[in-house]
Ligand binder design. Sequence first.
Ligand code: NAP
Length: 261
Amino acid sequence: MTAMQPTDKFTIETITDVRPWTESLFSFRTTRDRGYRFVPGQFARIGVKDAASGEMVWRAYSIASASHDEHLEFFSVVVPGGAFTSRLSKLKEGDPIFVERKSYGFLTTDRFEAGRDLWMLATGTGLAPFLSILHEFPTWEQYDNLILVQSVRTQAELAYEDLIQGFDQSEYYAEFAHKLRYARIVTREPVEGALGDRVTKLLANGVLEENLGLKLDHDRSRIMLCGNPEMVEDSRKLLLGRGFRLSRRGEPGHLAVENYW
Ligand code: NAP
C-alpha cells in the first residue's frame, strides 16, 4: 500500500501529544502546517483513516490552541459507539492525522463591534474555542472583562481548570489576568466553589450574573455560546428574549453561537 500524500485539500500532520482527562475526555496536539491559518474560535476538519475500510473519515473540531502556537490542540470526548472518536482516542504520539487546509466557523470575536465584556459560555468540549480566544492578546486588550463559564457533569471533567486559573501566574498574561472572571458549573455532583445548576437556569434566574458580579447588558456584553446543541438553542432563545441580537454577516450583534456536535 502506498503512503498517503498531502493534497490541495489537506496536509498530513503528526500527533505530538495525547492527554487523557477522564476515561472519555482527552486532548491531543498535532504538528501544524506552516501555511495553516485560523481565527481563534474557528474549527478545523480532521481526518483519520478507518482501519476496517481504509476510508478517510472527517470530523469538525474546534481548535483549542492559540493562533500563534506552532502546534494545533484539540479537546475531544469519546462518543459511546462512535467510530471516529473511539479511533481517535487510540491514536498515540507519532501517528499521522489529516488536517484540511481550510479553517471554518464564525464563533470569532470579529463578529462583534464595540462591547466591553466578552461572555464565553461553554458546556463540555465546547470549551475548546474559548481556550484559543483566551490566548489572544488583542482579546485581553480589547475587553474590560473576559467571562468564562465552563459547565460539566463531574468535577473530573473540569479540564484545563489549572490553565484557566493560572493566567495570573503566566509571564505573558499576568498583567491582564485580573480581567478574567471564571465560573465553574458542575451539574451532577456537589463541588465546593462551583455552581450546581444548568447554565440556562442560572441565566434565567440571574444567579450566574450575581455569582460573577457582572450584569448582562446590551451595550457592554458580547456573548458566545458553544457546546451541547440544546444548551446553545435554549440559551440563545433566552438571550434573544432579553433583547440581545444574533451577529450576522455584515451585521454585528451581541451573540455568536456554535453547536459542538
Ligand atoms: P453534556 O451532556 O453536553 O453535558 C455537559 C454540561 O452541559 C453538563 O453540565 C450538562 O448538564 C450541561 N447541559 C446539557 N444539556 C444542557 C442544556 N440543554 N442546557 C443547559 N445545560 C446543559 O455532556 P458531555 O460530556 O459534554 O457530552 C455528553 C455526550 O454528548 C457525550 O458522552 C457524547 O456522547 C456526546 N457528544 C458528542 C459529540 C460529538 O461530536 N458527536 C461531542 C461532544 C459530546 P446536565 O448534567 O444537567 O446534563
